[in-house]
Design a protein around this ligand. Structure first.
Ligand code: HEC
Length: 173
């Protein structure tokens, strides 16, 4: 009597486990709804404005201090700080083929594709993907020579030329 009860419980447990796993699989493969993707695009837009805003303003304000410490250093510290505190992943990457710092070359397939597209003049490149089973928006925006100060270090370019990109990974929720 007791034995069949235990077996019965085991059976229920196994079936429930399978149903749950099935649901999990479904959740992993589900395409996120349009509004959620739109919200992630808005987040990218906001982050892009903020990051570009302080980089340009730091560059314009600390012209002389810049010679030693480019705004890019500060930006990368902010990206690290943000990621450590659970924020979206952000990277400053190169689009010229001759980066100031080799670690800034495009790494992922998305980043490589984004550099190609941005070099062709696109202003925004994005794709919906998955990371650790969760839907994410990958996006990239151009980083051109926006002011003459940039050329002090990135020699050989003129205003408007594409230097690199900011890439984002924003969870779609
Ligand atoms: C004081 C020199 C200096 C100035 C001015 C400067 N940069 Fe940079 N930039 C650097 C250095 C050094 C790095 C590498 C930073 C790192 O990865 O630690 C870099 C990195 C970058 C990168 C990533 C690719 C690469 O070359 O490594 C981009 C894109 C970039 N800068 C764009 C700009 C823009 C746009 C401006 C003007 C708003 C600007 N920079 C002004 C020195 C400078």
């Amino acid at each position: 009597m007791r034995r069949s009860f235990v077996l019965g419980l085991l059976f229920v447990g196994v079936v429930a486990g399978q149903v749950l796993r099935g649901e999990e699989r479904e959740a992993k493969e589900a395409t996120p709804d349009r509004e959620a993707v739109q919200r992630a695009h808005e987040t990218v837009k906001l982050l892009d404005t903020v990051h570009k805003g302080y980089v340009v303003n730091i560059t314009a304000t600390y012209v002389k201090a810049q010679v030693r410490t480019p705004a890019a250093h500060v930006a990368k510290k902010v990206f690290e700080f943000s990621a450590k505190n659970g924020g979206p992943r952000v990277r400053l990457i190169d689009a010229t083929g001759s980066p100031q710092n080799k670690v800034n070359v495009a790494q992922s397939d998305f980043e490589k594709r984004a550099v190609v597209q941005l070099s062709k003049g696109e202003k925004y490149v994005s794709e919906v993907g998955h990371k650790d089973g969760q839907p994410i928006l990958r996006a990239a925006t151009p980083v051109p020579v926006v002011m003459s100060h940039c050329i002090a270090c990135h020699a050989g370019f003129k205003e408007g030329d594409l230097l690199g990109a900011l890439t984002y990974e924003v969870p779609i929720k």
